[in-house]
Design a protein around this ligand. Structure first.
Ligand SMILES: NC(=O)c1ccc[n+]([C@@H]2O[C@H](COP(=O)([O-])OP(=O)(O)OC[C@H]3O[C@@H](n4cnc5c(N)ncnc54)[C@H](O)[C@@H]3O)[C@@H](O)[C@H]2O)c1
Ligand SMILES: O=C(O)[C@H](O)COP(=O)(O)O
Length: 534
């Protein structure tokens, strides 16, 4: 019986569906073209969701998706998925960033050539029998030596640049992450601003994600910076262009035309103003990634990523989580277990309503990527007060922020008696409580509780007894446990350097009854008694 149910709600390649269904742990339902209300009704039954750009994964859908753990986007753009709501609900969002790069770059390039040479309107006229008239009407634009501005020099922008250079175009690129060294390597001019890239450009092509910052990145003012007779190409997202401004710039004759694969609203309405245009215009229905090759790539990639996430815990190409490959998962597995135990210990023993959790790493571990280890400690800390599955590794930082709890990480070079040490400290004002652990062999051990040195396992049922450090206390505790028929599996004793306070960590074989806890708590010299299942 499959453990995880995955809904594929947009068409992906058959091979992708097969790759997902091949895992015995996973059962797959393909239901494409669902209306929003139909999706809302069934999404609660699924642990995984696979989409392209059609399914809108809104905050409402995520609120109804009570079992959802992961969304796989078979493609690049994730603007159809409410990222914040996904994170708040603890749902991992992964995309497949590389699978459709070439197909999309080729489509964008095709669009540029088609707009320059009026391929679409000329074709339509030929079919209508207007061969001669069309020969006169559709004079083209040569691209050789023209200046091309690329906004967004990521995967697709870079591939577009290579093709444009083969056509002897001069390429100028703007991307906030493009360095001079990379620009030199790609033989493109580096623009410091979008305006600088657009000034004097004959063609612009957009390859940036749609975000609140990039919405209408191409507007009236920026179109005006381009040369008269310039072309606009957009194979990224419709919202990047102010379509009203574009229509006005084409009507005025400043911009010659446009080549668009994407629209502000998809599908665009039948009376869309750009549909009135004819010369140097070509419009396609979001076909950039629609090749057999790209669809197989992204379909299989998304299937493998979701399968690995459910089966091995591997996290690849997540946009709201650090990645975690299988090898790293295996290497840091014991530290994740240790961090979980430290978080639980702090929840039980540390101050309530803390201001911050500080996780510090000593030794070799300090050189590794410990982000997920810290997140695991935070998740375990928060889970203790929300045991109903509301908190997980994806949403723990967001929940902590809502609570005003800071998570800080530090690496410490000072030597300790352990080759590696993880210290988790909960702070509330001046009040601090710390616990620490290490890995011995492959086994996580707790080695410090509130500055007292212990050695205990991270799994089991424990009784913590803090008492004045005076003779006879261990006997009192042992006798009380014996009288209550609670067997001791392990016992570890620690005391402060000034010998005023002692801590006994007792691993027990059965749940200590309330009567035993009350008896211990009322025993003179016993300061605190707590039980904890780790
Ligand atoms: N039409 C289609 O079918 C289709 C197919 C694939 C991708 N896309 C779209 O194309 C976009 C780009 O895809 P990609 O694979 O090249 O992504 P990418 O992440 O490799 O590249 C995006 C680049 O944009 C840059 N960027 C971000 N903000 C910017 C800004 N304000 N100005 C300039 N550059 C900025 C980033 O630094 C990055 O280098 C995707 O986000 C997606 O929306 C469309
Ligand atoms: O962002 C993408 O990957 C493209 O826009 C492709 O979208 P699609 O999968 O809906 O064709």
């Amino acid at each position: 019986m499959a453990t995880y149910r995955v809904l594929v709600s947009d068409p992906i390649s058959e091979k992708g569906v097969e790759a997902l269904a091949a895992a015995p742990e996973i059962s797959v339902d393909v239901k494409t073209g669902l209306k929003p209300e139909e999706l809302l009704k069934i999404i609660g039954d699924y642990h995984g969701l696979v989409v392209r750009s059609e399914t809108k994964v809104t905050a409402e859908v995520l609120a109804a998706a009570t079992n959802l753990k992961a969304i796989g986007r078979a493609g690049v753009g994730v603007d159809n998925i409410d990222r914040k709501a996904s994170t708040d609900h603890g749902v991992i969002v992964m995309n497949t960033p590389t699978g459709n790069t070439i197909s999309t770059a080729e489509h964008a390039f095709t669009l540029m050539l088609s707009a320059a040479r009026n391929v679409a309107p000329a074709h339509a006229e030929v079919l209508k029998g207007n061969f001669k008239a069309a020969r006169k009407a559709y004079q083209g634009i040569e691209l050789n030596t023209k200046r091309l501005a690329i906004l967004g020099m990521g995967r697709i922008g870079t591939e577009f640049a290579k093709r444009a250079q083969a056509f002897n175009m001069t390429v100028v690129a703007y991307d906030p992450f493009l360095t001079q060294a990379r620009a030199d390597e790609l033989k493109v001019e580096l623009a410091k601003t979008p305006d600088e890239a657009l000034k004097g450009a004959d063609v612009v092509t957009l390859h940036v994600p749609l975000t609140p910052d990039t919405n209408h990145i191409l507007n009236t003012e920026r179109l005006a910076l381009m040369n008269k007779g310039a072309l606009v190409v957009n194979c990224a997202r419709g919202g990047l262009i102010d379509e009203v401004a574009l229509k006005a710039a084409i009507d005025s004759g400043h911009i010659a035309g446009c080549a668009l694969d994407v629209f502000e609203v998809e599908p665009p309405p039948n009376d869309h103003p750009l549909f009135e245009l004819n010369k140097h215009v070509v419009l396609t229905p979001h076909l950039g990634a629609s090749t057999n090759e790209a669809q197989e790539n992204v379909g299989i990639q998304v299937a493998e990523q979701l399968r690995d996430f459910f089966v091995t815990g591997e996290i690849k190409n997540a946009i709201n989580m650090p990645s975690l490959d299988a090898a790293t998962r295996a290497a840091i597995g014991p530290y994740l277990d240790l961090a979980g135990a430290l978080g639980k210990l702090l929840a039980k023993l540390g101050p309530e309503n803390p201001d911050s959790l500080r996780v510090s790493y000593h030794g070799e571990l300090a050189k590794k990527d410990t982000g997920l280890v810290s997140r695991t400690a935070l998740t375990a800390l928060l889970e203790a007060s929300r045991p109903d599955g509301q908190v997980n590794i994806v949403n723990a930082p967001a929940i902590a922020t809502q609570l005003g709890l800071d998570l800080t990480e530090s690496t410490i070079n000072a030597k300790t008696e352990f080759s590696e040490l993880v210290v988790a400290e909960l702070r509330k004002g001046e009040d601090r409580y710390r616990v620490a652990g290490t890995i011995i062999g492959r086994s996580p051990r707790i080695v410090e509780i509130d500055r007292l040195y212990v050695d205990c396992a991270i799994k089991g049922r424990f009784l913590f007894v803090e008492n004045d450090d005076r003779p006879g206390m261990v006997g009192v505790v042992g006798t009380a446990l014996g009288d209550a028929s609670v067997n001791i599996a392990n016992m570890d004793l620690a005391r402060t350097a000034d010998r005023t306070r002692a801590l006994t960590v007792i691993e027990v074989d059965s749940e200590p009854p309330t009567s035993l806890l009350e008896k211990l708590r009322s025993t003179p010299g016993i300061l605190r008694v707590l039980t904890l299942d780790l």
